[in-house]
Design a protein around this ligand. Structure first.
Ligand SMILES: NC(=O)c1ccc[n+]([C@@H]2O[C@H](COP(=O)([O-])OP(=O)(O)OC[C@H]3O[C@@H](n4cnc5c(N)ncnc54)[C@H](O)[C@@H]3O)[C@@H](O)[C@H]2O)c1
Length: 397
């Protein structure tokens, strides 16, 4: 089998863990052969660190000057749609990080406070149009869109899916959350770059996980996915709290300009089941990824992070030197959940392995177009609901 040549787009946090995962793919030869990112020094450093031989100024340059089988978009949301279309038109498969896309504005990135001014219904209409445009480009090119929603691949979620299928029960209710103490990424501050606040940026994961479980349940039972139909939601900027504003020793890493730092949505599916999904940037104690699944034949809990495989006590911050403990903990002193393999628990290696096998075997990924589109449509319907105070139907294709 020919080697799969990967073009990495972005050289930040997600690009790093994707590249590490490509280096561990088994059974399918795959290699990151090229990288591009916005800043020359970051892409040069990235190439040096991961032994990537080719460095390009832009995606357009990469697509013209070298042969890649797939591009991996690990860039902020505001360029996802444009880059997917560019790559598909060049006949290249696409891996895209969550979320698929978001409203980044007819006004362009210079008007950075669109989150304060643009009605959510207008945003949702724009996002759905953009989804149609992406779908059209992918369909015309015959390439694959692989949606890097790691919750789909997390071993805990796959175990939950197998347990549900083995029991034959119906998933009646899910409670899912991804939260932490604020994004590391500077683009997260602005709606025009991130496409939304906490509910989109972080909430994509629990929404994606819940939607995937219902898709899988439907496919296992009748061959047809069970899709979300409507949503009610609330969003807030909890860090506008006056007592928090007065604190001098802030522990949260939240500095959002025009985005919410909390969102909670109640999603209803076409079989009448529900998912209660929450995301927030105001949760201390390390990243929190948790799902409860209530079925007619059982009850399942998935503790992706933190999990207590290893708990470690250090009398001070430096007790364990440079050894990694867990994502987004604000202290290393005291008791900590020291994740033995956080990438594995998060499903990162599994998603990259699946995507490489999809390309080699010419099959669909576990996490593909329908999930990518339904997640962003559901979250934008949730934004409309939160603004207008009503249940909103989720627009389908
Ligand atoms: N699955 C996960 O757990 C997870 C975790 C973090 C981020 N993400 C996703 O990964 C994507 C990137 O986030 P990140 O945390 O790596 O951000 P980051 O800020 O760490 O890195 C972003 C990279 O994109 C580059 N970039 C920015 N604008 C660009 C442009 N117009 N063209 C080319 N390159 C550009 C930057 O130079 C940088 O190298 C986002 O979609 C985010 O939602 C997913």
């Amino acid at each position: 089998m020919d080697e799969i040549r990967v073009g990495m787009v972005g050289a930040g946090f997600a690009a790093e863990f994707h590249t590490q995962c490509f280096q561990h793919v088994t059974g399918v030869p795959a290699r990151v052969v090229a990288v591009t990112s916005q800043r020359p020094e970051s892409r040069e450093q990235f190439a040096e660190k991961f032994g990537v031989p080719e460095v390009y100024d832009s995606l357009a340059d990469m697509l013209v000057r070298t042969e890649v089988d797939v591009v991996d978009l690990c860039v902020p949301t505001y360029v996802h749609g444009e880059y997917i279309v560019q790559a598909a038109r060049a006949g290249t498969h696409v891996i895209v990080e969550k979320p698929l896309t978001g409203y980044t504005g007819e006004l362009g990135v210079n008007d950075r406070l669109i989150g304060h001014t643009i009605p959510r219904q207008r945003m949702m209409d724009w996002v759905i149009e953009q989804c149609d445009m992406i779908e059209d480009a992918i369909a015309r090119s015959g390439t694959k869109l692989m949606y890097a929603e790691n919750w789909v691949y997390a071993p805990a979620m796959q175990k939950a899916r197998r347990l549900v299928e083995a029991s034959g029960g119906a998933v009646l209710r899910m409670v899912a959350e991804e939260s932490h103490n604020g994004s590391h990424a500077s683009y997260a501050k602005y709606w025009a770059l991130a496409g939304g606040g906490s509910l989109l940026r972080t909430g994509s994961h629990p929404v994606g996980g819940a939607l995937y479980l219902k898709q899988a349940e439907g496919i296992a039972r009748t061959g047809k996915p069970i899709r979300p139909t409507s949503v009610t939601a609330e969003v807030a900027k909890l860090t506008d709290n006056t007592a928090y504003a007065a604190e001098t020793d802030k522990q949260l890493n939240v500095d959002l300009a025009d985005c919410e730092d909390f969102g909670s949505a109640l999603i209803t599916f076409e079989d009448g089941s529900v998912a209660q999904v929450t995301s927030s940037d105001v949760v201390l104690g390390g990243i929190y990824n948790h799902v409860q699944i209530f079925t007619s034949q059982g009850r399942i809990e998935c503790n992706m992070n933190p999990n207590n495989q290893v708990v470690a006590y250090g009398p001070h911050d430096h007790a364990f030197g440079d050894e990694y403990l867990a994502e987004k903990i604000s202290t290393r002193a005291g008791w900590n959940f020291a994740s033995p393999d956080e990438h594995w628990a998060s499903g990162y290696p599994h998603e990259i392995q699946d995507f490489c096998e999809c390309i080699a075997e010419d099959r669909a990924p576990r996490s593909g177009w329908m999930l990518a589109r339904d997640v962003v449509a559901t979250i934008y319907a949730a934004y409309v609901s939160a603004e207008e105070g009503r249940r909103v139907q989720i627009p389908h294709d």
